[in-house]
Design a protein around this ligand. Structure first.
Ligand code: FAD
Ligand code: DLZ
Ligand code: SF4
Length: 508
């Protein structure tokens, strides 16, 4: 009897474990566009269109390779609306008694497959460098799970940028060189853009009809939607942007949404690219002298370090991780995360580009929208749901540890040793937002002062019992203590007034 082989929207890889376990001559691949997956958060229309188009093209490729594929379109009359529903429907139709799947990247769906009335065997997702077991082994018995130590093991394991058992150039990490402020001129024209083919156009029409009310602009749509295009986008980045990636990794510019970033996370996370080919291409550019070590090391660290580490944390921490709220933050996510109606130019720009591109780079996510939510005491679960919805690369396995852990410190310090908070100074140093902002970054309190400034001290003050003894924050608490009583009071009053106005819906 045939078995069903489930391929999910972010599992578009020919080397997928479920396919490797299957028998082309008797098994049937099931792929389905379903309402449940498309609406468990209000995904950005670009994210949905990207996945549906890439799914349709991947299905066509599997058929070319000789697989039998049962593909459900969102609009199909028989569509049951869920992954388990589609598995059951096809099992009945075909007479299959079991399903082979690759473990999904969200506990929500893992549980749904476990509860499915027909047996579903979930095989490990071998598209990652570290298996769950390997991460557990690494984490076992450690006092703290710092990414840097994990990263060094991954360098040794892959041999990437290794000189025997020593790191290339003598140091493991060249981040010190990677903190240059925004340059005056960007030489990179941005990620490679693709014109729509018939498959993409059809999907765009569908998404326009069905998800018109979701946050985010569907058009212009220019993402790669198959492996060949994604590889072109990768080569384009390696050739034209990688050399400057390191230097300006943390910079932000009001007029440039991509700087020297790769904009490949959505391709990598959906399975159109592999970590190996990306890292090999970068290491190769270094070996040929086309890109400097600080850029290549920094880039590779994001992928074999941060990305793998985040996944390890998600699967180690379990399904309750997204409910963590160590700082007990309860404020509602303000409306300007959806409509960009705020005078804080840095926030408005990050939200506008998120709406237009389903993309923001790391420092915008961490030090603008993330930093603000943390300073303002927003409920981290609401922050989590926002990030999960609005970015084309967002799946819980990578989004949750970045948001709940790294950005909101809601896990109490599993991912980070101190919260990523900063006043306006940091944003001013790394960007050109402040010079066109209604708020004055140099002013610390009062109506015209930059909200990041007083909210920062308000945050430290509010959580003194939690962070006061953290050696990495001692300096800041000393500065706070040294301020005059009047100044401290004015700062806290400004923060309080701002948060009140924000929460009652006034424009801030
Ligand atoms: P580049 O800057 O060019 O980096 C190269 C690659 O490294 C990325 O494509 C990505 O695969 C990987 N990478 C870099 N940083 C991280 C990281 N912290 N965690 C995991 N992978 C990383 N990344 C996601 O893929 N999905 C998410 O949902 C997501 N949510 C985030 C939420 C917050 C609050 C923060 C602070 C970061 C989040 N990130 C997420 C990580 C990072 O911001 C994005 O991977 C990156 O901005 C993608 O753009 P890029 O491809 O141009 O990356
Ligand atoms: C994100 C997403 C969306 C929007 N739609 C689908 C879909 O219709 N069918 C599908 O198989 N997968 C979709 N996905 C991706 C899944 O949500 C993803 O596989 C899980 O969240 C696990 O990472
Ligand atoms: Fe953002 Fe403050 Fe700068 Fe305005 S002044 S752009 S609010 S950091």
């Amino acid at each position: 009897t045939p078995r069903l082989i489930l391929v999910l929207g972010d599992q578009l890889s020919p080397e997928l474990s479920a396919l490797a376990e299957a028998d082309k001559s008797r098994d049937v691949v099931v792929m389905a566009e379903v309402a449940d997956e498309a609406s468990y958060v209000p995904h950005h229309p670009k994210k949905i269109a990207f996945l549906f188009a890439a799914m349709r093209k991947f299905a066509a490729q599997l058929r070319d390779d000789g697989w039998r594929v049962e593909y459900t379109r969102l609009d199909d009359a028989q569509n049951t609306g869920s992954i388990p529903g589609e598995l059951l429907r096809h099992a009945e139709g075909i007479g299959a008694k079991e399903v082979l799947a690759t473990e999904p990247g969200e506990f929500r769906l893992i549980a749904a497959l476990e509860e499915c009335p027909i047996p579903v065997h979930q095989f490990p997702d071998t598209r990652f460098l570290a298996s769950h077991g390997e991460f557990e082994e690494w984490a076992e018995g450690r006092k703290d799970l710092r990414m840097e130590w994990f990263y060094r093991e991954m360098r040794r394991k892959t041999g990437l940028l290794m000189d025997g058992d020593k790191p290339e150039g003598g140091k493991w990490n060249y981040d010190h060189d990677n903190r240059k402020p925004a340059p005056d001129k960007i030489t990179f024209g941005g990620p490679m853009q693709f014109t729509s083919d018939d498959t993409v156009e059809e999907v765009l029409d569908l998404v326009e009809r069905r998800f018109d009310n979701n946050f985010g602009e569907l058009r212009p749509f220019w993402f790669a939607t198959d492996r060949g295009q994604a590889r072109q986008a990768l080569s384009h980045f390696i050739r034209n942007a990688l050399p400057d990636f390191g230097d300006f990794q943390d910079a932000m510019l009001a007029e440039n949404r991509f700087l020297y970033h790769s904009v490949i996370s959505m391709y990598l996370n959906a399975g159109l690219l592999t970590w190996q080919e990306i890292c090999d291409a970068a290491a190769d550019a270094y070996a040929k002298g086309d890109a400097p070590l600080n850029a290549v090391e920094g880039f590779i660290r994001q992928i074999i370090g941060w990305r793998e580490y985040m996944r390890g944390i998600y699967f180690r921490e379990g399904p309750d991780y997204t409910r963590k709220n160590w700082l007990n933050h309860q404020r509602k996510l303000p409306g300007f995360y959806w409509d960009a109606q705020t005078d804080m130019l840095c926030v408005a720009k990050a939200v506008e580009q998120t709406r237009d591109e389903a993309y923001a780079h790391h420092i915008q996510r961490l030090m603008v929208t993330g930093n603000f939510a943390l300073l303002a005491g927003i409920d981290p679960h609401q922050v989590h749901e926002w990030y999960l919805a609005v970015y084309a690369d967002a799946y819980e396995w990578v989004e949750a540890p970045n948001v709940i852990g790294m950005s909101q410190f809601a896990d109490g310090g599993i991912v980070g040793s101190k919260p990523y908070v900063s006043g306006g100074n940091y944003i001013n140093k790394m960007s050109n937002y402040c010079k066109s902002c209604r708020y004055d970054v140099a002013v610390k309190t009062g109506e015209g002062g930059c909200p990041f400034n007083y909210l920062y001290w308000g945050f430290l003050h509010r959580h003194r019992d939690r962070f006061g003894k953290n050696p990495r924050m001692a300096q800041m608490y000393r500065t706070w203590s040294r301020m005059s009583d009047d100044k401290r009071q004015a700062t806290l009053d400004s923060a309080e007034r701002f948060l009140q106005r924000m929460s009652q819906g006034d424009r801030v």
